[in-house]
Write a protein that binds this ligand. Structure first.
Ligand SMILES: *Cc1c(COP(=O)(O)O)cnc(C)c1O
Length: 408
């Protein structure tokens, strides 16, 4: 193996996630690697942060004019990586364009991955993130899958905290308002060769956003989509790779032409329900004996490991009344259709950081609509409870299991 590749392999093999330093782990994962070279490769280190503040602050939009992902804060966070030196000096500097050689690998072979998380202002003015450790673990898994460098997740969280303190005045106040954070990692090697990038850039940008639903929930209609497939076994649908998203736009436009807001992604001849748009999908059923079930597809490699999904499963197992069981299992569009006919489909919703939950009112399937009952014209009871429970933790109104982290 080429020396650069060896170093890189060691880097990628490192346990994804938080708290593990490169220097501690190499001897375990890869004995054959030259130790001296490794020791010289710097791991991500938040204490090296340099900050250059803008001299031309932007005028801030009033809350009611915030549009998701359209306007950004004054600064960005960047860290360069090279195969020779490892992670460089983290920098917060005025928001700027990137300058890339037209041959850069990210532009040709989609060496790109991202995260989506939010920062919330609590009633004491603290800025909080919600389970950021989960995002770091997922980001490292995405990075390892496309041969981009992994990093110490806790160090990036510390850097994001510092970034949030610099951008404090951009975090909008009020329930439903937040600062959307977009950590991104790209391969920046300038070469048309298809191979392991030896340069990368990790950056974080931030966009102030308003509530997904400005006045109550807006339940959506979905089209069950079997002709286009979002993810498949052995594929990368469980990673937040940019390459997964562009191919989903055309099927969405086609569904929109027929009057449906999003695709309900099916998989296989059985018609397994996987996800909805870019959210995880939850369905609530009543059983013949009157017990109830909340279910979502299992993490079999075709499902994105949503932080919201995981949080909903844990909270619902603890908090839903006794007659409920909470499961992760395979279920099909046929089961949903059958149970709806029997009056046993109670609720359905999508789950993700953007909206927390997004109630579903109907599913187009084989030229007919499967109707989901919507209590009180807005959403079902489980949907409503889940939304309230998670939002209380995100905004620091309730402390739960250390899920909310205050930026310091
Ligand atoms: C990001 C994403 C989700 C939701 O993940 P959260 O961590 O809850 O925001 C679900 N499905 C897909 C395809 C996604 O990209």
């Amino acid at each position: 193996m080429h020396a650069t590749l060896k170093r890189f392999a060691a880097h990628s093999l490192r346990a994804a996630g938080t708290g593990v330093r490169a220097s501690q782990n190499f001897s375990v994962t890869n004995n054959f690697i030259n130790r001296t070279t490794i020791r010289n490769m710097a791991s991500l280190d938040a204490s090296k942060l340099e900050i250059i503040k803008t001299t031309s602050p932007k005028t801030k939009l009033p809350n009611d004019q915030l549009v998701f992902g359209k306007t950004f804060t004054d600064h960005m966070l960047e860290i360069e990586w090279t195969a020779e030196a490892g992670w460089g000096t983290p920098k917060i500097s005025p928001y700027h364009n990137l300058s890339l050689d037209p041959s850069t690998v990210v532009l040709h072979y989609a060496f790109e991955l991202f995260e989506g998380m939010k920062a919330y202002k609590d009633k004491n003015g603290n800025i909080r993130t919600f389970r950021p450790d989960k995002n770091m673990i997922r980001m490292n898994k995405s990075a390892a899958r496309i041969a981009l460098p992994t990093f110490d997740g806790e160090e990036l969280i510390k850097l994001i905290d510092k970034f949030l303190l610099v951008e404090e005045s951009f975090v909008p106040e009020g329930t439903g308002y937040s600062l959307y954070l977009r950590p991104t990692l790209i391969g920046t090697t300038a070469s048309l060769g298809v191979g392991t990038p030896d340069r990368a850039l990790l950056y974080v940008i931030a966009s102030p956003v308003g509530p997904y639903y400005s006045s109550g929930f807006k339940p959506v209609s979905l089209e069950a989509t079997g002709h286009a497939v979002r993810a498949w076994p052995g594929g990368v649908g469980d990673k937040k790779l940019g390459a997964n998203y562009a191919p989903c736009i055309l099927p969405q436009l086609e569904a929109a032409k027929r009057g449906y807001a999003q695709n309900l992604w099916l998989f296989g001849e059985e018609g397994y329900i996987t996800e909805v748009g870019t959210m995880n999908a939850f369905f609530a059923f009543e059983n013949d004996d009157g017990t109830k079930e909340l279910t979502t597809a299992p993490l079999d490699g075709t499902i994105l490991e949503g932080v919201t999904r995981d949080s909903i499963l844990q909270l619902c197992k603890e908090r839903l009344p006794k007659e409920w069981t909470v499961t992760e299992r395979k279920f099909t569009i046929h089961e949903v259709e059958e149970r709806a006919q029997k009056g046993q489909l109670i609720e359905a919703f999508g789950a993700g950081t953007a909206a927390v939950v997004s109630p579903i009112k109907a599913i187009g399937w084989k030229g007919k609509d499967i109707e989901v009952p919507i209590v009180a014209g807005a959403c079902g009871e489980v949907t409503k409870s889940v939304s309230e429970w998670i939002s209380a933790i995100q905004y620091g109104d309730e402390e739960y299991n250390g899920w909310s982290r205050v930026a310091k």
